[in-house]
Design a protein around this ligand. Structure first.
Ligand SMILES: [Zn+2]
Length: 148
């Protein structure tokens, strides 16, 4: 004769975990550019006139995702203005060109944690681009974003 431990009564109802359906914070995708009405030129930042033919250009929202076209590390302070150094002074940063589509490449600060750990940057890698107060910012697209 043994006592079955499973016979012990369950102690109270377990609280069902709430499913969190709230999405995480997401930056607004897309950059405000312009597309020429007369020729196949798309520009960023937006301009009223086409830099190629001088014709009128209409506002267009460019995709907020692209691929890394090339990149470098800015190790000295750019000319100021237009460059605005941060309050603590200039710190080197990674700067890349992101190809949003076949004809549009946008310069963007690459948001990376450590300038010594740039080995993961690859030409052609997917990036998410968000408009900022100045130059757009880009960061590697997360696997979850790639699936969506
Ligand atoms: Zn044009």
């Amino acid at each position: 004769m043994t006592t079955d431990p499973r016979s012990r009564a369950a102690t109270g109802p377990e609280a069902a975990p709430e499913l969190q359906a709230t999405p995480g914070p997401q930056a607004t995708p897309g950059l405000q550019g312009a597309r020429c009405a007369g020729c196949p030129v798309t520009v960023y930042p937006a301009d009223d006139t086409c830099p190629r033919c001088g014709g009128p250009a209409d506002p267009v929202v460019l995709p907020g995702a692209g691929t890394l076209w090339t990149w470098t590390v800015q190790r000295y302070a750019p000319k100021s203005p237009p460059y605005q150094p941060p309050p603590g002074g200039f710190v080197p940063f990674a700067l890349g060109y992101v190809e949003l589509s076949e004809d549009v490449r946008v310069a963007a600060v690459l948001d990376v944690d450590d300038l010594d750990g740039l080995d993961h940057l690859r030409i052609g890698m997917p990036l998410s681009v968000t408009a900022g107060p100045g130059v757009p910012r880009a960061r590697p697209t997360t696997p979850a974003e790639e699936r969506s």
